[in-house]
Design a protein around this ligand. Structure first.
Ligand code: NAD
Ligand code: MG
Length: 387
């Protein structure tokens, strides 16, 4: 029996992970499940999966969690330190599926345990890539990519040396506004932006897919996970989301990983790695799909792609600034305070307007993240108040 913890258990990736564990209950023992403020759902899941501990990040809902778990023998805890402590319980396999850099500390705590960490929480890697990869090297942890593209690349590499790789191609659906003009994008609503044509995901990543910032963040993610040089990582729009990414070897042989657009497939691959797990996902039916198409990304209409490439090329604090500004801007868009096109504008403004020294410690990084958020919030106030 393998011990597992799921951070961000109530979210889209977390629930998909628990779906797979539900199918194979006898193989896994659940240690920790966590959520932000949804104590009722978290308690329900903790009881169903007989978790050792349930943790909410938001301390305000702690009494609710404690009451819901009373008499079950399941521990209840709350707050950021409790999340880190839960990660230190050292499950054999931890799913890092908190959204945003809120997931950074618990993910690092799990990595420091030296076991296996399945990483969905791309914002942590974007923001603290060098530090996270150094922690992986130090602890000997196994970091398994869950993001469908990176999981595809990992599968196509099959342990091959990166010296043998000529190019990595990240595929992108292009999101719901792939064929929209700039003018059409100006007026889109949050409801339109979260309605992804292929994938059913949390609100933040759905907006990121619509701006294509998601692919920008994934470029940075790929750069850290598969360091072959940025010039060797391409982005290709593939609207059907069937090919999840590709690896071209030096002999010009290209391997691709294909599957239905269902996150349970890459999650299952990470959960069972190096084995395979039977899932009840939809098998791929290429005859009914008929055609796979491809096009170059349009960086004029989707400036987030160029911002992300520029930020990781510049290095230092830039990826953390772009990520933080984007998190704040997406939240402002989702709450109706700013328009869709302003999301990338805010990312660009934060990158050019806030230039801290290169972070050398995690504390440096956290203060840069916090200041980039304040900077972006101030710019949003100016936009909203027309100052
Ligand atoms: P989601 O919004 O559905 O779920 C997020 C989870 O994190 C929830 O359990 C929530 O309670 C928790 N959470 C939110 N804020 C928190 C905070 N401040 N502190 C602690 N916990 C907090 O998000 P999601 O779509 O499941 O995405 C999770 C991560 O996986 C993101 O980084 C996303 O980019 C990545 N990812 C998601 C998908 C997908 O299909 N959903 C695909 C690839 C990568
Ligand atoms: Mg992805």
């Amino acid at each position: 029996m393998r011990t597992v913890s799921v951070f961000g258990a109530t979210g889209s990736v977390g629930l998909s992970t628990l779906d797979l564990i539900r199918l194979n209950r006898q193989a896994y023992k659940v240690v920790a499940l966590t959520a932000n403020g949804n104590a009722a759902d978290l308690a329900r899941l903790a009881i169903e999966f007989e978790a050792e501990i349930a943790v909410v990040a938001d301390e305000i809902v702690y009494p609710q969690l404690k009451a819901a778990l009373a008499g079950t023998g399941i521990e209840a805890a709350a707050g950021a330190d409790a999340l880190d402590d839960a990660a230190r319980r050292g499950a054999d396999w931890t799913m890092a599926a908190i959204v945003g850099t809120a997931g950074l500390k618990p993910t690092l705590a799990a990595i420091e345990g030296g076991k296996t960490v399945a990483l969905a929480n791309k914002e942590s890697l974007v923001s603290a890539g060098a530090m996270m990869m150094a922690a992986v090297a130090r602890s000997g942890a196994t970091l398994l990519p869950v993001d469908s593209e990176h999981n595809a690349i990992f599968q196509c590499l099959g342990g091959a040396s990166l010296d043998q790789v000529r190019k990595i191609t990240l595929t992108a659906s292009g999101g719901p506004f792939r064929s929209f003009t700039w003018e059409q994008m100006r007026g889109v609503t949050p409801a339109q932006a979260v309605a992804h044509p292929n994938w059913d995901m949390g609100a933040k990543i759905s907006v990121d897919s619509a701006t294509m910032m998601n692919k920008g963040l994934e470029l940075i993610e790929a750069h850290h996970l598969f360091p072959i040089g940025l010039d060797k990582i391409d982005i290709l729009v593939h609207p059907q989301s069937v090919i999840h990414s590709m690896v071209e070897y030096n002999d010009c042989s290209t391997l691709a990983q294909l599957g239905s657009p269902d996150m349970r497939i890459p999650i299952a691959s990470a959960l069972a790695w190096p084995g395979r797990l039977a899932t009840n996902c939809q098998p791929l039916d290429l005859a009914s799909i008929g055609n796979l198409s491809f096009e170059a990304p349009d960086i004029e209409r989707f400036p987030a792609l160029a911002l992300a490439r520029g930020a990781i090329s510049a290095g230092g604090a830039q990826p953390a600034i772009l990520n933080a500004a984007n998190e704040v801007a997406v939240a402002a868009f989702l709450s109706g305070r700013i328009g869709f096109l302003q999301i990338a504008q805010l990312g660009e403004a934060a990158l050019t307007g806030y230039c801290p020294p290169i972070p050398s410690t995690l504390d440096d990084l956290f203060s840069i993240d916090a200041e980039a958020r304040r900077y972006t919030a101030r710019m949003i106030e100016e936009m909203v108040n027309g100052a």
